[in-house]
Design a protein around this ligand. Structure first.
Ligand code: AP5
Ligand code: ZN
Length: 216
């Protein structure tokens, strides 16, 4: 099963991807996580990416396309994968079509998680992420059992640099102009399944399970 999770920043893509990984056993490919890892390691790519990320802008297509191409070719992606945060531009979507065709693969479903803007800002400013395993928490909606500590691995929780309200607003603008057109791109291919992202984390996952179980 090859899936794309589409949705605005903070819609809950990462949260739902964690659940899909746990139930269906296919890996999550989060370009955001991969870029943040490069930033943390201080690689050349990370230094370049950080400038864009801190402004709430997209990292150039060729950089992200290269990372995804390498990742999808790994053996653990043979049984399927969940793309989280990629593609984000029409150019990236076309590059993805091309690389999958070359590998004899295709996308089975695009799950579009929708949440209104005011709710998104509330979600992002209270988000905390595990430094170690990348698990995602929310101080109010999904708090860790022990303050500042990851339930899963005991890792330290931190707030992302791009989660300040001003940067979030810029990310939302970028989403509207560059990423939202992908809904139409994939609708034309008959691949889009809409999910109401305003429901609780469990209820959103139930909607996704129904879609995936029908796909078989
Ligand atoms: P990326 O890391 O992909 O961030 P994003 O798309 O902005 O998405 P988020 O991670 O912010 O949100 P999410 O939808 O995963 O929500 P989450 O589950 O955490 O990208 C960051 C940057 O990297 C970009 O700005 C760009 O610069 C660069 N980049 C990445 N990919 C790129 C690409 N392809 N091309 C170019 N540049 C790229 O949930 C949010 C919060 O809400 C959490 O606290 C969670 O606990 C809570 N929550 C989730 N679901 C619910 C619910 N149902 N009810 C209540 N609370 C909930
Ligand atoms: Zn952790």
């Amino acid at each position: 099963m090859n899936l794309i999770l589409l949705g605005a920043p903070g819609a809950g893509k990462g949260t739902q991807a964690e659940r899909i990984v746990a139930k269906y056993g296919i890996p999550q490919i989060s370009t955001g996580d991969m870029l943040r890892e490069a930033v943390a390691k201080g690689t050349e790519l990370g230094k370049k990416a950080k400038e864009y990320m801190d402004r709430g802008e997209l990292v150039p297509d060729e950089v992200v396309i290269g990372i995804v191409k390498e990742r999808i070719a790994q053996p653990d992606c043979e049984k399927g994968f969940i793309l989280d945060g990629f593609p984000r531009t029409i150019n990236q979507a076309e590059a993805l079509d091309k690389m999958l065709e070359e590998m004899g693969k295709k996308i089975d479903a695009v799950i579009n998680v929708s949440v209104p803007e005011d709710e998104i800002i509330k979600r992002i400013v209270n988000r905390r992420t595990c430094k170690n395993c990348k698990a995602v928490y929310h101080l109010i909606y999904n708090p860790p059992k022990e303050e500042g500590k990851c339930d899963k691995c005991g890792g330290e929780l931190y707030q992302r640099d791009d989660d300040k309200e001003e940067t979030v607003k810029e990310r939302l603008k970028v989403y509207k102009s560059q990423t939202e057109p992908l809904i139409e791109y994939y609708s034309k291919k008959g691949l889009v399944y809409n999910v109401d992202g305003t429901k609780s984390i469990d209820e959103v996952f139930k909607q996704i399970e129904e879609i995936l179980d029908k796909l078989g």
